[in-house]
Design a protein around this ligand. Structure first.
Ligand code: SF4
Length: 144
């Protein structure tokens, strides 16, 4: 059985994942939105994103657009890692970024979390942190 993620228009080697995580709204984000507009699983993708605190373009929307949608729909606001996400959902998000070639540093930047927060989550769910992340957390502890 195929999952909606396998049918995703962005699940294509010609698509640059960076378009979906633009540093600033603009050209890259617009490219991603154009791809989402033609995506068969846009609804499923948007539904999933509305229940998570994810960054980047999902279901043709930016994070701030989803925050506004949640408010309009009367959905509880979720913020950062404090959102009550299931382990499987959290792991899926983490592994997806890693599979796309993102390092733990990239994950920190893209998800907007602190290195210590990522480390805590990894420990909590029994996921082995990379040595780079361990070094970064130790370095920050020493300098604080
Ligand atoms: S709607 Fe956009 S982000 Fe979601 S799966 Fe489709 S192409 Fe990817």
């Amino acid at each position: 059985m195929t999952t909606w993620r396998e049918q995703a228009a962005c699940n294509d080697s010609t698509v640059d994942p960076e378009w979906f995580f633009p540093e600033l709204p603009g050209l890259a984000g617009n490219k991603a939105k154009a791809i989402c507009n033609g995506c068969e699983v846009r609804k499923q993708c948007l539904d999933a994103a509305l229940w998570q605190s994810v960054c980047g373009i999902w279901g043709g929307t930016t994070k701030s657009e989803r925050v506004a949608m949640r408010r309009e729909l009367g959905m509880p606001l979720v913020s950062g890692w404090s959102a009550r996400t299931e382990r499987s959902r959290w792991e899926q998000q983490y592994y997806e970024l890693r599979e796309l070639g993102y390092s733990d540093f990239d994950v920190i930047r893209k998800l907007g979390v602190k290195p210590q927060s990522l480390m805590r989550q990894l420990n909590r769910y029994g996921i082995k942190a990379s040595q780079d992340l361990i070094d970064l957390v130790q370095e920050q502890k020493r300098s604080s």
